[in-house]
Design a protein around this ligand. Structure first.
Ligand code: OOG
Ligand code: NI
Length: 265
């Protein structure tokens, strides 16, 4: 395994153990005798000096990744970028950050107090990306954060880790369309994210996506264990641009709905 594969293996272990135990079931349903190809993974953070998007991108930049598209989600107060490793089939990386300064004073104070608890050196070790939460949090504070921003609540509860992996539907032969994957998953008991329709995007924007609703996972808060939304699985089919090359970016309107896979409804 090369360094990139090893890094993704660590992210995968953390994701399947801590955030999305049903990932194994997704693989069993879709695998066709060879490993599934990952289109991309996604990470979330707070845009404070210690934890901004660049901080999360650093381990990928060190592996040779380059920044590509930029995305803004005004209503959710999020900014995002995606990164690619040129000349390879390595998964793309989608990193978003909550614009903390645009949130209520109460949320800002709470989030700053959480981030202040991260030991200064902790984020220099690239392994922080799959080491979860590095602060104390009680369940009431989680609920207050989530009431203002589901994203803030999710991130405060889980900390750092891949919130989803994404099967490349282009590679599958049993399933041609994203909707075919959805149907198979539904039959197997999965909830599909229906926000904005079960398939987000279209061949016109060169990208179709869907996702499961996040697994409910037990999280240890300072005052007890509670089950809350964890990680989810995504499915993406890419179409060719007029140049003949597959589209490699993301689509804001679709991404806006994919974020809602971790809503608690
Ligand atoms: C990222 C949501 C966006 C996509 O593929 O458009 C996304 C997230 O939920 O953190 O993954
Ligand atoms: Ni995604």
């Amino acid at each position: 395994m090369n360094r990139v594969q090893t890094f993704f293996e660590h992210l995968w272990q953390d994701y399947t153990v801590r955030l999305c135990p049903s990932a194994a079931k997704v693989h069993a349903l879709l695998e066709e005798g060879q490993p599934l190809i990952n289109d991309h993974i996604a990470l979330r953070t707070f845009n404070l000096p210690k934890t901004g998007l660049d901080r999360l991108a650093a381990p990928f930049i060190a592996l040779g990744y380059e920044p590509k598209g930029e995305y803004v989600f005004e209503s959710k107060k999020l900014y995002a970028r995606h990164f690619e490793l040129p000349g390879t089939e390595a998964p793309k990386v989608f990193i978003s950050e909550l614009m903390v300064g645009q949130c209520s004073n109460e949320l800002q104070q709470t989030v700053r107090a959480l981030v202040d608890q991260i030991p200064d050196e902790a984020l220099d070790d690239h392994a922080f990306l799959y080491h979860g939460r590095q602060w104390q949090l009680d369940f009431d504070t989680y609920k207050k954060l989530a009431a203002e921003s589901e994203y803030a609540g999710w991130l405060a509860a889980h900390g750092f880790g891949a919130n989803h992996f994404t099967v490349s539907v282009n590679q599958l032969s049993t399933f041609e369309h994203v909707v075919d994957v959805n149907n198979a998953l539904r039959k197997a008991g999965f909830d599909i994210n229906m926000s904005g329709g079960e398939v987000k995007g279209s061949p016109d924007v060169c990208l179709e996506q869907s996702s499961t609703m996040a697994d409910k996972v037990d999280v240890a808060f300072t005052d007890g264990i509670h089950a809350i939304p964890g990680g989810f699985y995504e499915f993406a089919k890419r179409y060719a641009l007029p140049s003949g090359e597959l589209y490699h970016g993301f689509v804001e309107a679709s991404a806006n709905k994919i974020f809602e896979s971790t809503d608690s409804e």
